[in-house]
Design a binder for this molecule. Structure first.
Ligand code: AMP
Length: 215
């Protein structure tokens, strides 16, 4: 399947994407995960992106398009992909349209995961992430803690609070979402590809996506 997952930070895009990869081998492409990996590895991309990310601002579109242009041409994308956290601005969506046309790829659907702001705020404040850049498993201190406190169940690395998941940075990320990313709902509505799914359970969101796609 070839999907875009839209939704505010904390709406469950990453969790839903991971669940969908198990259905048909489509890959999750999270620009946030790629950028965090680059910051930890200290690459040129990481150095350019770090300040924006810590403030909860968006990384410039040209850096993001550079990442995506390469990533979408890697062989594992042939089975399908789940775009998680990209596109995030109208210029990114327009550049993605051009890139997909160039590569001869058609999207199946754009899923807008709609979750109330208070639920999201609470989720992000209690979210914890595995700091291993190759894992980045997500936990929640209230609803899904790791079996051993502070240690990732999957890889044994420390599970930490992200630098951009303080209350202040979260508030800023949600405002940035409303200003820059929410307009994409209207953009994709016009293409006829958009489906909005309202719900706080990732299982229910995955079921709704399967039903829409008939799989
Ligand atoms: P995420 O893990 O998707 O919440 O992304 C974490 C941070 O990475 C965001 O707050 C942005 O600073 C940056 N980021 C991730 N994806 C994008 C994107 N498509 N465009 C611009 N910045 C991004």
């Amino acid at each position: 399947m070839k999907l875009i997952l839209l939704g505010a930070p904390g709406a469950g895009k990453g969790t839903v994407a991971k669940m969908l990869t198990k259905i048909d081998g489509s890959v999750q492409i999270s620009t946030g995960d790629i950028l965090r990996g680059a910051v930890q590895a200290g690459t040129e991309l990481g150095k350019k992106a770090q300040g924006y990310m810590e403030r909860g601002d968006l990384v410039p579109d040209d850096l993001i398009m550079g990442i995506m242009e390469k990533r979408l041409q890697e062989p594992d994308c042939e089975k399908g992909f789940l775009l998680d956290g990209f596109p995030r601005t109208i210029p990114q969506a327009e550049a993605l349209d051009a890139l997909l046309a160039k590569l001869g790829i058609k999207l199946d659907m754009v899923v807008n995961i709609d979750v109330p702001r208070d639920v999201i705020f609470d989720r992000l404040c209690t979210r914890r992430t595995c700091e291993n850049p190759d894992c980045q498993a997500i936990y929640n201190v209230k609803s899904m803690p790791p079996k051993k406190e502070g240690i990732c169940d999957k890889c044994g690395s420390p599970v930490v609070q992200r630098a951009d998941e303080t209350e202040e940075a979260i508030g800023h990320r949600l405002d940035t979402y409303n200003e820059k990313t929410a307009p994409l709902v209207g953009y994709y509505e016009k293409t006829g590809l958009l489906r909005t799914i309202t719900g706080t359970s990732s299982d229910a969101v995955v079921e709704a996506i399967r039903k829409e796609l008939g799989i």
